[in-house]
Design a protein around this ligand. Structure first.
Ligand code: NAD
Length: 436
């Protein structure tokens, strides 16, 4: 099942190949396939920032909305601060967000955006003023709002930055303390007056382990003590490690941008975290041998590989050498469509990003729904961590079950089944919207 039509492995190609494949599986009309590759909003703007030394500097910001059939609900997705942010990069991410939301039956459309900036190069005051300048631009174009577009943290952005967004949006309405505007953004700090939700921080990592164990039971008949390697030790990777260790899996290797560490007998996770909190990296941890992220991806003696750092790390270059039996995608789009074919030939099960890492957006949805007082059968009755994570798990496992059923029904990969399930949920709504 080689897809010979596209050779350049660009991020957008990945998503196009996957929509086309799901469209063929579902046999949906061409206009709908085209619609699923289309965007409701592609916005970009220059921002001028007054630096601490009094000089002015120019930055570029953007935001993209994928198509959505939910007129009564907002678009939702991460807001990234990174030098490579641009419209072309955000387009496929906005589609991924839609697929993730629709797979989990969350009635929203995908979005993604950010500012081309290295936040580490700015002072706290500069970062705040840049964030406020972007809120001003978005608000003047009527892009932002609890029922328009609800950003969330992504690479380079934090709960504090989300709080600044909420404050600025409310301030523009002369309503600094007004809780009505809390729903303009999610991933806010937790606590009185902040209106964030408990459990958001660990949601993605915890959800990934729940999905992994569920699918192992379904596909392999058992879970057992699994040997796991994790690339990336940020929000996703570190919580994957913490949760996997709590569930008695063996953490064989971890890595981050500075390097990694490997111990065939299993790393001492408590000592690893103690080291990480001091050193701010896992590289150099003395509880094992040093290894690179490239070596980690190809370890022969692991059961489960979790890429939880960057896009496109599993490619035609290395897919044939992957030793794990199962890959769980913590990062967005870590596997190219060409690598998918190679991994399938090796009978490696890939649990796709749109299912495996959907815990974060699911809890963000809870946060938004509580902020705007939106009753929903899915939303936990309390904002307590235990209720939030239990509700999240119910949603993720229901999505994973439907994905597995569709994989069996259509004799297809879990990834195509995830796209098929998600698109299947919204296809009747698109038809109703346009044929009425
Ligand atoms: P993060 O910024 O907290 O952590 C990123 C990690 O990747 C860091 O440990 C960093 O050192 C590491 N890294 C960077 N370059 C690397 C390299 N070349 N080799 C090895 N490691 C490298 O980001 P995060 O929130 O953990 O997100 C990671 C991925 O997961 C991203 O693709 C993100 O879009 C995706 N994701 C995150 C969430 C969430 O809730 N945070 C939800 C869904 C998807």
């Amino acid at each position: 099942m080689k897809k010979a039509t596209i050779h350049a492995v660009e991020h957008f190609d990945n998503i196009i190949v996957r929509i086309d494949e799901a469209g063929r599986t579902l046999n949906i009309p061409d206009w709908m396939v085209d619609k699923l590759k289309d965007f409701k909003l592609v916005w970009s703007s220059g921002l001028e920032l007054k630096m601490d030394d009094g000089s002015l500097k120019h930055f570029n910001a953007c935001r993209v909305w994928h198509r959505s059939p939910f007129n009564d609900r907002p678009h939702k997705g991460g807001q990234r601060y990174h030098p490579l942010v641009n419209v072309e990069m955000m387009k496929p991410h906005s589609i991924e967000m839609s697929i993730k939301l629709w797979l989990m039956k969350i009635r929203m459309g995908g979005a993604k955006g950010g500012i081309a900036v290295d936040p580490a190069q700015l002072s706290k005051g500069e970062l705040k003023r840049l964030t406020e300048a972007n809120v001003d631009e978005m608000d003047e174009r009527n892009i932002l709002g609890p029922f328009r577009d609800v950003p969330a943290p992504d690479a380079g952005t934090t709960a504090t930055i989300m709080h600044w967004v909420r404050q600025r949006y409310a301030w523009r309405r002369r309503a600094h303390e007004d809780s009505r505007f809390a729903g303009v953004v999610t991933g806010k700090p937790v606590g009185y007056g902040f209106d964030g939700i408990e459990g958001r921080n660990e949601a993605t990592g915890y959800g990934l382990i729940s999905v992994l164990e569920h699918i192992m039971k379904k596909r392999l008949g058992k879970v057992g003590r699994t040997r796991v390697a994790v690339m990336g030790f940020g929000n996703v990777g570190s919580h994957v490690v913490e949760r996997a260790a709590a569930r008695k899996h063996h953490i064989i290797a971890v890595s981050d941008e500075h390097g990694g560490v490997y111990n065939s007998k299993g790393l001492d996770v408590e000592k690893l975290f103690a080291y990480f909190h001091e050193a701010k990296t896992v590289a150099g941890f003395q509880g094992g041998d040093a290894l690179s992220s490239a070596e980690l991806l190809e370890l022969p003696d692991i059961d489960v590989l979790v890429p939880a750092a960057l896009e496109h790390v599993l490619t035609v270059e290395n897919a044939a050498r992957v030793g794990a039996k199962l890959i769980v995608e913590g990062a967005n789009s870590p596997t190219t469509f060409e690598a998918d074919d190679i991994l399938a030939d090796k009978n490696i099960i890939v649990i796709p990003d749109v299912c495996a890492n959907a815990g974060g957006v699911t809890v963000s949805f809870f946060e938004w729904a509580r902020n705007v007082n939106m009753g929903d059968e899915f939303v936990p009755e309390t904002g307590k961590r235990v209720d939030v994570l239990a509700s999240m798990e119910r949603i993720l496992l229901a999505g994973a079950d439907e994905m597995c059923r569709n994989a069996d029904k259509y004799h297809t990969s879990l990834r195509n089944a995830a796209f098929v399930t998600a698109i299947g949920h919204v296809a009747p709504l698109f038809i109703a919207k346009h044929m009425a």
